[in-house]
Design a protein around this ligand. Structure first.
Ligand code: SF4
Ligand code: F3S
Length: 104
């Protein structure tokens, strides 16, 4: 499966939802997540994300994000259509560790 990681936070460009063949993205206030039990591992979303937030779960060090995607995919609503990204999305694009610095 693929996972959405820190770079999505406050960027939320939503290009990913337009290309997913199985519509397995779920939407929180500040980011999206992928439902690991629905993702078919096709990889088409990875290059679509302008923030490079989507990674294969086989990459190292993603344990926290694998858990977070799984947890919130079961709580947040499904999203299948792209909307306008947040007005300040570009300002957040290159900020690192947004989960730690903004939400703890
Ligand atoms: Fe959807 Fe494919 Fe991305 Fe999985 S890897 S979230 S199936 S586009
Ligand atoms: Fe987030 Fe990238 Fe999709 S910023 S909403 S994972 S296109």
């Amino acid at each position: 499966t693929y996972v959405v990681t820190d770079a999505c936070i406050r960027c939320k460009y939503m290009d990913c939802v337009e290309v997913c063949p199985v519509d397995c993205f779920y939407e929180g206030e500040n980011m999206l997540v992928i439902n690991p039990s629905e993702c078919i591992d096709c990889g088409v979303c990875e290059p679509e994300c302008p923030a490079e937030a989507i990674l294969p779960d086989t990459d190292s060090g993603l344990e926290k994000w694998i858990e977070l995607n799984n947890e919130f995919a079961n709580q947040w609503p499904n999203i299948t259509r792209k909307r306008e990204a947040p007005a300040d999305a570009d300002q957040w694009k290159d900020v690192k560790n947004k989960l730690e610095t903004e939400f703890s």
